[in-house]
Design a protein around this ligand. Structure first.
Ligand code: NAD
Length: 394
């Protein structure tokens, strides 16, 4: 089968197995080029490990620190009708490449919010890995079935208390358009907290602790975003921001629990990058296109793999306590948030139009990154070649 991208708005319906493997390899090469991380993790559990920040975390733990990794994710396997999702192909490729280097790597595909998948993970760790010294929580999901009540919660990306009027990018048509968003109503804030807040992180830690699977000195981290003021009405001050506040609450509570055994829990504030989740947030793709141009010109641009490598090498695994901000968060968005970078964002944001999109922003770079998420546009991959979409775990 010859696989071409089928982009519909902020998703691509197809993914390319060979391209996804090349994308994983590219990230592994980046990690290797930076050398081994001294005293890094030995046994890592990555929840949400198949794409974006979670995949970068798994690659960094494995190839940057030679850690055994267990990855949990929710992806679709290939069928007669369609290719697998990119995260499936990424994970098959990751396991293959890790095993080729003698690294233990096992993946669990299923709903991380469920008791069942937690139990499967605990059993696997008990049998094959032992206690974990790093737990990365990198889930991004539009819904969660609560494991105790069975209630299905849906997360929304909405402002709170007032309408939002701004500009966004129609990525299909390369058009800058006004966007109007109604504020969250009814249970939408509480539901978004239930999906993207910290309860599930705490449940994972309970499950691991209950099974004696938290190693002495173990670290755990969840990721968040703060970003510039122009995104605050729909991010930091919106429904997702409330969920991220709850994630920070959970981080503090988990930290208290781990402190007595020399461990710690952190929330890491990461830079805006192109992922399947971030491309679904209104306003963000336009902001990212602008930010990428400015940061590339400044020579400070980073993708997920560079961000996570820096997190491990300069914060989590340095011979000192990580540097944190006033709220106790580790800041990897420092270069994005530099005043000179944000001043340029502000100045250009007001001038962006459909006509000036390519001149003022790196929309081409955004599109390239977006397609790469699905394994398209990787150098050295023959996209005219017949490929077998039935790429499975061995
Ligand atoms: P992503 O969409 O690339 O990855 C999400 C992961 O979660 C995938 O592995 C997916 O399979 C998994 N997943 C989703 N639902 C699941 C379920 N029910 N069970 C098991 N796995 C499930 O997302 P991302 O952008 O890398 O986001 C990861 C974290 O990083 C989020 O907390 C996000 O808020 C944060 N973050 C993202 C950005 C950004 O710009 N993308 C910036 C800062 C922080």
């Amino acid at each position: 089968m010859i696989i071409k991208p089928k982009v519909r708005g902020f998703i691509c319906l197809t993914s390319h197995p060979v391209g996804c493997e090349a994308h994983v390899k590219e990230q592994i090469d980046t990690i290797k080029s930076k050398g081994l991380i001294e005293k890094g993790p030995k046994n890592a559990l990555v929840i949400g490990s198949s794409t974006g920040y979670g995949l970068a975390s798994r690659i960094t733990a494995a190839f940057g620190s030679r850690a055994n990794t267990v990855g949990v994710f929710f992806e679709k396997e290939p069928s007669e009708k369609r290719t697998a999702t990119a995260g499936w192909y990424n994970s098959v490729a990751f396991e293959k490449l890790a095993k080729a280097e003698g690294l233990y790597a096992k993946s669990i595909n299923g709903d991380a919010f469920s008791d069942e998948i937690k139990a499967v993970t605990v059993e696997l760790l008990k049998k094959n890995v032992g206690p974990v010294d790093l737990i990365i929580n990198s889930l991004a999901s539009p819904r969660r079935t609560h494991p105790k009540t069975g209630k299905v919660f849906k997360s929304v990306l909405k402002p709170i208390g007032q309408d939002y009027n701004g500009q966004t990018l129609d990525t299909d048509k390369a058009m800058v358009k006004p966007v109007h968003m109604e504020p969250a109503a009814g249970e939408e804030i509480a539901e978004t907290i239930a999906v993207m807040g910290g309860e599930d992180w705490e449940m994972w830690m309970d499950a691991l602790d209950g099974a004696g699977l938290l190693a002495q000195g173990c670290k755990t981290i969840s990721y968040t975003y703060i970003g510039p003021k122009l995104t605050w009405p729909i991010y930091r001050d919106g429904t997702i921001g409330k969920a991220k506040e709850d994630l920070e609450r959970a981080g503090k509570s988990i930290n208290e629990r781990l402190e007595s055994r020399g461990g710690s829990a952190y929330v890491g504030v990461m830079k805006a990058i192109v992922t399947q989740s971030s491309s679904a947030i209104p306003v963000v793709p336009l902001y990212i296109s602008l930010l990428f141009k400015i940061m590339k010109e400044a020579g400070t641009h980073e993708g997920p793999i560079e961000q996570v490598q820096r997190l491990f090498a300069t914060q989590l695994y340095k011979d000192r306590v990580p540097e944190t901000d006033e709220a106790g968060r580790i800041r990897l968005d420092d270069l994005e948030m530099l005043p000179e970078i944000q001043a340029e964002v502000d100045e250009k944001w007001a001038k962006i139009s459909t006509e000036s999109l390519h001149e003022l922003t790196d929309f081409k770079g955004y599109q390239k990154e977006f397609l790469k998420l699905f394994g398209f546009g990787l150098p050295g991959v023959d996209y005219e070649a017949d490929v077998d979409p039935f790429v499975m775990f061995s």
